[in-house]
Design a protein around this ligand. Structure first.
Ligand code: ARG
Length: 589
């Protein structure tokens, strides 16, 4: 379906043209003076220069052409030449009726579906997930769902940090602690045990221990480097042990991501592209893009047009080791080869911006991606505590993701219990559902690039711009519809939307009519926060309408049925939006 802004611009453009002016002047925007009108157009002011005519006169001529408009009503001209107008109720009702029955509420999906690889999550094997991993997972999942809703193919790849020194450190420490394991016996030729010789908690203790020790003990550090090297060369026992570390660590990650309702199509990692690195570096050298500088292999990525100075991108260190940039470049090569993506989107902390600038430029320069493949980095801000500093535990330690989820679950459970609406048996499940909304909405409602304050009290509140408030609105509508149905009324799907009876109802209807334009905007800008602002306004406008209207006790069946249809559309659109954002509503709360 054509979106409301498109229809309005078209109608206004037609009026300008009919009055003898450039149709492009007819751009309509939401009025900044809602007390005067819903929409306005300042095209006459721009036209005044072009046509050497008073803007007021132009506006009046255009207004005359809108006298019989099927879309606008109450068209007026105010000094010095603004056009103010409202949307016609008949048009609004007809539009919503069409939207109600259209696929995806008439949202224009991709005509030529693209393939998009999304790189998000990015946890490191053998290290616990912490608060720093929250945003990549939550924003990445939402953007993946937005892309899918748009009808494109989205491939989510977790891109594990599973190959560097951290693996060598864990192997080294295990060797010190359990030297008799077959993994360390070079003469061992049999099958390695199925059971891992450690648990995930062991790993979480081993890694920081080994990392700390390597910083104090140069010999230990050298050993870890050597072991990393041997692992990457393919030493049999180390590979087998690495597989065990991966297995144990990934199982734990899956459990954590499941709690966030975040999932991945690919569980690839830095290790996936190990074998691509040497030939890639070789080719870069051969093609003349990479050269040696102080023993290291580098590619220049400075751009004379860019005032920012971007240092050369290092491909191999002087000892021949690969870096973070190297695995990212090889991963681009791998993704292009396997999935032919039209775009690759990375969702990481914004402090990695320089890294991605270097990687993207090097990838283009060295021809790892076709020119038309779009490379996008979405950098997000920090999750802060109420003190404005990065969020920590009360003791000042790193906040584990698991603890953070536990805390918000517990806070939500307390509120749900205090409300007393939910039987105890259901309370825990309901609390988890609402807590996830609190957590994700608390994050996604902020523009990704901005820092935000993690505030459990605020996030779990049933009032204000929060996830629970949105869910509460959905639950409220759901309960009205259930009661309506229980009273033995008509099938809700068959009810049509009618003319609005109040200004509150018309405002709600305009919100609903704006769904398609909003979704297009969220997609074009890869901006989940636009969906959040939309559902907040929609919920507010719904609740104002609801408080001013006695729906179920309405005697006029036609009126009542029209409202029920409107409620159903409101609920469906809210549910669609939260589904795209990555959470859901309970039946009651
Ligand atoms: N593992 C990385 C880190 O902890 C994040 C990976 C992000 N993705 C990427 N392709 N570089 O910082």
């Amino acid at each position: 379906m054509q979106s409301i802004p498109e229809i309005m611009d078209q109608e206004m453009g037609r009026a300008f043209a009919a009055a003898g002016y450039d149709a492009a002047l007819g751009k309509v925007s939401v009025s900044t003076r809602p007390d005067l009108s819903q929409y306005s157009c300042n095209g006459a002011m721009a036209g005044a220069k072009q046509y050497h005519k008073a803007p007021f006169a132009i506006a009046e001529e255009v207004a005359r052409k809108l006298q019989d408009s099927a879309i606008f009503t109450d068209v007026s001209v105010v000094k010095p030449g603004f056009l103010n107008m409202n949307l016609k109720n008949e048009f609004l009702a007809k539009y919503l009726e069409e939207e109600r029955t259209a696929e995806k509420f008439g949202f224009e999906i991709s005509k030529t579906p693209r393939t998009v690889v999304l790189d998000y999550g990015g946890p490191n094997v053998a290290k616990p997930l912490h608060v720093g991993h929250l945003r990549s997972a939550v924003i990445g999942e939402a953007i993946k769902r937005i892309v899918r809703y748009h009808g494109d193919t989205a491939i989510g790849d977790i891109h594990l940090g599973d190959w560097g020194l951290q693996m060598g450190l864990v192997i080294t420490e295990l060797k010190h602690r359990q030297p008799d394991l077959p993994y360390f016996d070079d003469s061992f030729a049999g099958e390695y045990p199925e059971q891992a010789p450690f648990t995930v908690s062991d790993l979480e203790e081993i890694y920081p221990f080994a990392s700390g020790k390597s910083k104090e003990d140069p010999e230990y550090y050298a050993e870890a480097l050597e072991n990393t090297h041997l692992l990457q060369e393919g030493k049999r026992g180390y590979r087998a042990l690495w597989e065990q570390i991966m297995k144990v660590s990934i199982a734990d990650m899956k459990r954590n991501y499941a709690r966030l309702d975040v999932s991945f199509d690919l569980w690839n990692g830095e290790s996936t592209v190990n074998d691509l690195i040497a030939p890639m570096a070789e080719k870069m050298k051969k093609d003349g893009y990479a050269y040696e500088s102080e023993g290291a292999l580098v590619v220049d990525v400075a751009d004379p047009k860019d005032p920012k100075e971007i240092p050369p991108c290092m491909i191999l260190k002087s000892d021949g080791a690969a870096l973070y940039t190297t695995t990212d470049l090889a991963t681009i090569e791998d993704r292009v080869e396997k999935y032919h993506p039209d775009e690759i989107i990375y969702i990481t902390d914004k402090r990695q911006e320089l890294h991605f600038t270097q990687v993207f430029r090097a990838a283009r320069k060295c021809g790892l991606v076709p020119q038309e493949t779009v490379l996008t980095h979405i950098g997000f801000g920090t999750v802060n505590g109420k003190d404005g500093k990065p969020f920590k535990t009360r003791q000042g330690g790193v906040m584990r993701l698991e603890t953070l989820i536990d805390d918000i679950d517990a806070a939500m459970l307390e509120k749900i219990r205090a409300n007393g609406e939910i039987p105890e048996a259901e309370a825990e499940e309901t609390a988890k559902t609402v807590a996830l909304a609190a957590l994700k909405y608390g994050d996604l409602s902020n523009q990704a690039s901005k820092d935000y304050i993690f505030d459990v009290d605020k996030f779990t509140s049933f009032e204000g711009n929060t996830g629970p408030y949105i869910l509460y609105t959905i639950v409220r509508i759901h309960s009205i519809l259930t009661r309506y149905q229980a009273e033995g009324n008509e099938d809700i799907e068959r009810l049509s939307i009618r003319l609005p009876q109040s200004s509150q109802e018309a405002a709600l209807m305009r919100d609903l009519a704006g769904f398609g334009a909003m979704m297009t905007d969220a997609f074009t800008n890869l901006a989940p926060h636009r969906i959040c602002s939309y559902i907040y306004q929609l919920s507010n406008d719904f609740n104002s309408f609801y408080h001013g209207t006695r729906i179920l006790s309405e005697e006029d069946a036609e009126k009542k049925n029209g409202w029920i249809a409107l409620l159903k559309l409101t609920m469906d659109i809210l549910n669609t939006c939260i589904q795209v954002l990555g959470f859901s509503a309970p039946d009651r709360m």
